[in-house]
Ligand binder design. Structure first.
Ligand code: ZN
Length: 359
């Protein structure tokens, strides 16, 4: 679980903040090395990092001292940072207590204004904001552990669901669901004639098809879009879908697969309309808007096309500019050009073959 204090630690690492030296150490799972926060070595990926409150713990867990920042030597620890971090820990342990600045100031023997100022200087946000961030982290963690939304709201210390929706927290429960909270998403990455292709699905259907040059790039985009889902790579589960998609790319005109995408009602309408454009044909954004009986909404239509999460199955590549220019494509204009070329060539070929047979 990523706690609010982990975020603070990670920020300190990113910023080489020497004020945090001696307060914690970060260790890198892939290299088995531990460092001071201020270490100038190349930054590891967050997913490879573990934080330790002291170096003994890091050593006990099998990490060696970094040769660059020499964390085994004695540290000067910044008393101000130490005090503020202990306030952070106190906040995290008392999320349900309706903490006030006055209470913190009494407990830690600092004047409210001094506490507020110093906290903000070291942590970057006010104690109040930190409290909210901690609640939000706990809320997310509870949802990921399978709690229902209303239970998680109260266990995380929110007094009502409206607080979750309020602007200063920045995200809504719905956003979490859109990003896949509590959903198991399986994915696979394969070679295709258009580049690397990622196919991901829930038990209900395909939730993402992305095309890019490398597997790493695909996984990066994909994991950012579904930050709250349980994601696993599962080639076997996706084999059937993948086979159909590859067949479609190589020579097949049928691609009718179930989807499971979260979207607004309007986006769903646009994507359904896209699926009605026949293989080998194209429509302009304006024509698509007319298909929806919303002739003036072509801009909104274009924006919904651009947000299509499932390439190919929802054939947004079949929409082009009114004058025949290709306009945009989330997965690269060259790929759009190639797809349309293939579809049109094959559709013409089929038409030709049928004519020959009829005669
Ligand atoms: Zn180091």
């Amino acid at each position: 679980m990523q706690t609010a204090i982990d975020n603070i630690y990670w920020q300190a690492v990113i910023n080489n903040n020497s004020k945090f030296d001696g307060e914690f150490y970060y260790a890198v799972k892939s290299t088995k090395i531990y460092c001071r926060p201020s270490c100038k070595a190349r930054k590891p990926k967050y997913k490879n990092v573990v934080f330790f409150a002291n170096k003994k713990l890091a050593i006990k867990n099998g990490f060696r001292a970094c040769k660059l920042c020499k964390p085994e030597k004695n540290d000067y620890s910044n008393p101000q940072t130490r005090k503020i971090l202990s306030i952070c820990r106190y906040i995290e342990a008392n999320l349900n207590e309706g903490l006030s600045l006055e209470e913190l100031s009494n407990n830690f023997e600092l004047s409210p204004s001094h506490l507020q100022r110093t906290f903000k200087k070291i942590i970057g946000i006010s104690p109040q904001k930190y409290l909210e961030a901690s609640k939000m982290n706990k809320f997310k963690a509870l949802l990921q552990d399978g709690d229902d939304i209303s239970g998680a709201i109260y266990s995380a210390g929110f007094s009502s669901s409206s607080q979750i929706y309020s602007k200063n927290i920045g995200m809504t429960a719905k956003t979490y669901q859109a990003k896949g909270v509590n959903t198991l998403i399986r994915y696979t990455v394969s070679d295709s004639s258009l580049g690397k292709i990622l196919v991901a699905a829930t038990t209900k259907g395909i939730c993402a098809i992305q095309i890019a040059d490398s597997k790493e790039e695909l996984e990066d985009i994909f994991k950012r879009e579904f930050t709250n889902a349980h994601i696993i790579e599962d080639n076997e589960f996706l084999a059937n879908y993948l086979e159909k998609i590859i067949a479609y790319l190589d020579n097949n005109q049928e691609l009718d697969l179930p989807t499971d995408v979260k979207a607004t009602a309007f986006q769903h309408q646009v994507w359904e309309a896209l699926q009605k454009i026949p293989y080998g044909e194209t429509r302009s954004y304006g024509q698509l808007a007319q298909m929806l009986n919303k002739p003036k909404a072509y801009r909104a239509v274009a924006s919904a096309c651009a947000k299509n999460p499932v390439a190919l199955v929802v054939p947004c590549h079949r929409v082009i500019g009114a004058s025949g220019d290709l306009r945009g494509f989330r997965w690269g204009l060259e790929r759009k050009k190639e797809l349309l070329f293939r579809e049109q060539t094959r559709a013409n070929q089929t038409l030709f073959n049928n004519l020959v047979q009829d005669n």
